[in-house]
Ligand binder design. Sequence first.
Ligand code: DWN
Length: 414
Amino acid sequence: MAGNEKKELKCRNCNSKTHFILDFGPMPFANNFTADPSINGYAYQLRVHICTSCWLFQIQEQPPAAKMFNNNYPFFTGLSKFMKKHFEEMVVDAVNEIGLSTEELNVLEIGCNDGTLLSSLKMRGIRHLGVDASSNVVERARQIGCRAEIAFFSTRYASEMLSREGKFNLIFAANVVCHIDTVLDFFTGIKVVLDSRGKFIFEEPYLLDVLQKVSYDQIYDEHVFLFSVTSIRNIISKLGLEIIKVSHQNTHGGSMRYEIAHKGSYKVDSSVAELLKMEDIGKLQNLETYSEFAHACQTKKNELVTLLNSLKNLKKRVYGYAATSKSTTILNYCGLNNEFIIAIGDSTIEKQNKVTPGTGIPVISIEELRGQNPDYIILFAWNHFEEITAKEQNSSLKKAKWISLVPKIEIVEI
Ligand code: DWN
């Protein structure tokens, strides 16, 4: 296990001292699904901190980016029909609002994954470019005819691409910025390639939702930050950028969409002040909020472990649905292996016939899961509850009792 044993961290944005919140223990890479069950793959200690100056919520130690995002990244956005629709709507809204013609538009997507969002641009004949650090997902984007390249977005990369691509009037990133620890360099790069009247629109899991729903599984190696409107404002204000609009999204259990522009280039929408006020009411700038969260995480862990121990004693057949990145935090923090969970069904071929990182639970296909007649199913992709339960309405899994994890642990019928 790698790891700085001290619980000290200087804020990645403002270099101030941070306040330690909680230690989730040793963790493997969240997406390190391996064929060899004897590999536990522990890579770092998952500790979370809050900066008491700019209020940026962050993990203490993030493993090197190239170890997480490479040629073998097993997450593909397009596996969710709901997310496809969501990104199509995001593109349509942004294109309509900016009011430029197809010929005038030049659009960049950072973290384009398999080209799910880019394909909405391509379909409309809009000039676009995607970048992603994982070569296998970029390959998928190219296979569907999107322009995409393999890169970690940074100021250096932005300066290099400027001469060949020009400035962009729309830049998108969805569930990407929270993965990048060099956050100031990232936003500096945005400033370099964003047109003077351009908008950078990005969405990320929202800190207030995570705290209120105790969805601590949103915290893992890839998610070095959980943002709030307050922390984003504090990061970008010194760079001459500002938030011009925010809108809460239901995706991934509660996300925030931020629209950013060069300072003074747009009128700031009232939603920004409204959300900042809501964060004040939600006490995001109060350390007590974070100690309550730490306590709530421990309570939730105990509840799940107690429930699974009792199901084990009753010899119930417990399975999981969706081997998510998030489940790596839950399984390792709660110490759940295949004595508690027989297997987890997942639609990603790249995860099947492998085991969960650190906990060695076999990952099987959804078809196999349907054939196993589980008594209980833990829904690890609780953020896709509607899509998944709709899919299983006519399958054998409808008979099982489902365990939902967020906002509270409860047994539900689907
Ligand atoms: O930020 C991130 C988000 C957007 O995606 C990344 N760091 C990695 C990933 O996180 P995740 O793995 O927690 O994402 P999801 O979307 O909650 O889970 C996806 C998993 O669920 C995939 O392995 C596919 C599986 N799944 C399934 O088997 N059947 C998903 C759906 C919708 C389904 O119907």
